[in-house]
Design a protein around this ligand. Structure first.
Ligand SMILES: Nc1nc2c(ncn2[C@@H]2O[C@@H]3COP(=O)(O)O[C@H]3[C@H]2O)c(=O)[nH]1
Ligand SMILES: [Zn+2]
Length: 808
């Protein structure tokens, strides 16, 4: 029976079709289609006639070309099947001949050249048939888009330290590694209030060395000091220059573990060796982190994901890099151990480092909760679980630190998150929701992370090691309260904005000619209506401040609402890191030491003491409100007057303020009434597309009052005492919409880069053993800020620079 191949093709705006016999010479078909591609709509009939004559086929012109339901692709695929059907007959015949010849020749090796020739012919024929070179012109093969700028993606992923930086740090560490760290600093190092920011990298290396020395590990385990220095420097070298998961993060994690260790006298509970393993694991736990987490690695099918089969690719990598470093005798701090002991250390480190994968958070927490009620320090399985919890706690402990230390770290984390989600968008990968700048804000991110991930873990540990309640558990609770207040404020602001916009829309609808007319402000301010893209809503980090694009205000409002007001929805939009990571980690691995055997941990909510909906209900009912929240409500009672609060304005305002603060600009105070007028007028004028530049001038005029207000507010937030209420009430008196914006935007997204600030006033203190002067002593105040203020010698002038050492 004769098969016909129907091929649809486009000519101008139209879709046409033609029937071909399978044996139509290819060149003729090609020529037809080339002509079709060039033909205008009017030429198409001519073309058909020509085709009919040329090919002796029946050509049919669809009556209603618009409704032609086929895509070229689909029909082409049918065509391919038919073509193959017919040509395969030839192939089969050829193959049959080859087989016959082979059978015939089997006994008479070597095969005659004719057989090989025949084989080659078959292969060549198959190649011709199957490659797009021959068939793509019929549309059988979809033209794939150019691969994404993969070079760029790779470049994004790895940001190695430059050789010159590494060399400098090596040299500097070599210069100071014999220096003695003062008692004051050693004490400070044992608290979560330690601030790593003012210290240079080589100084942090010295402090890490101090941790080993102060635990007496070098003498207890015969760790040669030169080897320890080499090891520490090599770990430093193998951290990348990424915003968050860098050497400083590793230092902070190690330092928190160290602080906990002193606070609870960990060596007496689990033994020196376990503490050595823990401290070393902390130092190694994020080695060579590329700044893109496991979710990205797995979805992007990166080299690491392939290598480790999607099972904790990063943690496996960190651990593997650590043991590569330890392979080198010069760096092997465990070389004095025999092979059995080394095996135990290795096991312990692997267990600890792999435990830092957040996909295993619930599994580890659940197991730990089960054993903690009857915890037995003599039970190795219990101790293993405790160690895993300890490294996890240290890893996510930023929020247990004072606000001024924690917040810049959060900025850095969000910067890394946003980079990842940007890359995911660019590469067409699933967008990790808790990293999406369009979906999260600082408070929403922290409410979710602290409430559902961090606090349950800290509380579980705090129940076993009660000394940690004051040290880290309560500070984390305070941080959660703080972010909840911010979140509430955000919600109130948003609702208020919505109601004002709705009011205005309604009044305009009722009386389109009379846009609400209000008394003119003395500043003669006007604002341009600026619809926001989703981007601009997320509060920016230091590196991501310029983000506003055009888009729909409505959409922005609605999606933000989803995130903040519907935390119990549990959909992918609001999923936290543990939930998303669990999904990405397709294979579960047991904790080895679980006393309860292997289990399935379907979702983080099981692991939390409060589930999403409980917490959100409580938040809504006000059960968790604090004294400062009452401020919000009191404040909001007056909110009818406030209307200058479109997201566009907030963002613009925040950016401008930040710039002005940086410039140290000081201007006149403000007048509350004026602001309220301005704000109403603003919304009115928003609709009229007024000028952007005017916005800046009004902002400039209100900085002083705003700054004062913010200071007070900060005070109230940082000192959760009864004073809060007084301060807040006082603050209310001088409240203004712009003040509110200031504290709102400042807390939400624009913490000053404290690093640069602190560098300016960088004051640190340590002394060389040759030069322990009273000048070097930090006052033994418990407040790091006070220590920062009162310490007074910069390293540049320190004699420790001249110290010799035998590093490397
Ligand atoms: N949102 C949020 N995530 C955090 C915070 N601290 C740690 N994390 C996350 O928890 C993860 C723990 O493992 P990583 O260090 O790899 O990466 C960390 C971050 O992704 C925090 O304060 N806020
Ligand atoms: Zn980490």
């Amino acid at each position: 029976m004769d098969h016909y191949v129907t091929v649809y093709f486009s000519a101008g705006q139209r879709v046409e079709s033609a029937l071909f016999r399978p044996n139509t010479p290819v060149d003729q078909v090609k020529a037809l289609f080339r002509a079709a591609a060039e033909a205008g709509p009017n030429d198409i009939l001519k073309l058909y006639n020509a085709a009919g004559q040329l090919l002796n086929i029946s050509a049919n012109l669809p009556q209603n070309t618009k409704e032609t339901p086929y895509s070229l692709q689909v029909v082409a695929a049918n065509g391919l099947a038919m073509l193959q059907e017919s040509t395969c007959a030839d192939l089969k015949a050829l193959e049959a001949r080859v087989c016959a010849v082979e059978r015939q020749m089997r006994a008479e090796l070597p095969l005659p050249a004719a057989v090989n020739d025949l084989r080659r012919e078959v292969d060549a024929f198959r190649d011709r048939l199957e490659t797009d070179e021959n068939l793509s012109w019929l549309g059988f093969y979809k033209q794939l888009p150019e691969p994404l700028a993969s070079e760029e993606c790779r470049r994004l992923q790895y940001r190695r330290k430059s050789d010159s930086v590494k060399k400098r740090v090596k040299q500097n560490f070599a210069n100071i590694c014999d220096a003695q760290v003062s008692d004051a600093i050693r004490q400070w190092l044992r608290t979560p209030t330690f601030d790593a920011r003012p210290w240079e990298d080589e100084e942090l290396l010295l402090l890490l060395q101090q941790m080993y020395l102060d635990h007496d590990f070098c003498s207890k385990f015969a760790i040669d000091i030169a080897t320890l220095r080499n090891f520490l420097y090599e770990t430093y070298k193998n951290y990348n220059d990424v915003p968050f998961h860098n050497f400083r993060h590793c230092f902070c994690v190690a330092q928190m573990l160290y602080a906990i260790s002193w606070c609870v006298d960990l060596p007496s509970k689990i033994g020196d060796l376990e503490v050595l393993i823990l401290l070393t694991s902390c130092i190694c736990h994020d080695l060579d982190h590329p700044g893109y987490n496991n979710i990205y690695q797995i979805n992007a099918k990166t080299e690491l994901a392939i290598r480790y089969n999607d099972i904790s690719p990063l943690e496996n990598h960190h651990c593997s890099v650590a043991f590569r470093l330890l392979e080198n005798d010069d760096c092997n701090i465990f070389k004095s151990f025999d092979s059995e002991e080394f095996k135990l250390i290795r096991e312990g480190m692997i267990r600890c480092i792999l435990a830092t994968d957040m996909a295993r958070h619930n599994e580890i927490l659940t197991n730990f909760r089960e054993v903690s009620a009857c915890f037995d320090y003599n039970d190795k399985a219990h101790v293993n679980l405790l160690c895993m919890v300890l490294i996890k706690v240290s890893d996510i402990s930023n929020e247990a630190r004072p606000m001024d230390i924690a917040e810049p770290w959060l900025d850095r984390l969000l910067q890394e998150f946003f980079k990842q989600s940007d890359a995911e968008k660019l590469e067409g990968l699933p967008i990790t929701p808790f990293m999406d700048r369009e979906k999260i804000t600082k408070p929403s991110s922290q409410c979710s992370f602290i409430g559902f991930v961090l606090l349950p873990l800290f509380e579980a540990l705090g129940e076993l090691l009660t000394e940690l309640q004051d040290l880290i558990v309560q500070p984390v609770r305070d941080a959660l309260d703080y972010y909840k207040r911010l979140n509430d404020m955000t919600r109130e602001e948003r609702l208020h904005r919505k109601s004002i916009v709705a009011e205005l829309a309604q009044s305009e609808h009722q009386n389109p000619d009379s846009a609400v007319s209000l008394p003119k402000s003395t500043s003669n301010v006007s604002f341009k209506a600026k619809s926001l893209s989703n981007r601009s809503r997320s509060r920016s980090t230091d590196d991501d401040t310029e983000q506003s694009n055009e888009g729909s205000l409505q959409n922005v409002e609605e999606s933000l609402e989803d995130v903040l007001e519907d935390p119990e929805s549990g959909d992918s939009e609001t999923a936290n890191e543990v939930e998303v990571s669990e999904k990405a980690l397709k294979f579960k691995i047991s904790t080895e030491c679980s006393t309860t055997g292997r289990k399935s941990y379907p979702g983080s909510r099981k692991g939390s003491q409060l589930n999403h909906s409980d917490l959100s209900r409580m938040m809504q009912k006000g059960k968790l409100k604090t004294s400062a929240l009452s401020f919000d409500h009191h404040y909001m009672a007056d909110r009818k007057k406030l209307s200058c609060d479109s997201p566009a304005f907030l963002d613009e305002y925040a950016l401008t303020l930040k710039k002005k603060f940086e410039e140290g600009l000081q201007t006149n105070g403000t007048n509350e009434d004026e602001e309220c007028i301005i704000s109403k007028e603003t919304l009115n004028l928003n609709k009229r597309n007024s000028e952007h530049s005017d916005k800046k001038s009004i902002l400039k005029n209100h900085i002083v009052a705003t700054t004062d207000y913010t200071k007070k507010y900060r005070y109230s937030c940082d000192n959760e005492t009864d004073n809060d209420v007084t301060v807040l009430k006082e603050t209310e008196k001088s409240k203004s919409i712009l003040s509110r914006f200031r504290q709102f935007t400042d807390r939400l997204g624009l913490s000053q880069d404290s690093k640069s600030k602190s560098r300016k006033g960088k004051e640190k203190n340590w002394s060389s053993d040759a030069d322990v002067t009273s000048d070097n002593q930090l006052p033994s105040t418990s407040s790091p800020a006070a220590q920062d203020r009162t310490a007074h010698r910069s390293l540049q002038n320190s004699p420790i620079k001249t110290r010799q050492n035998n590093l490397i």
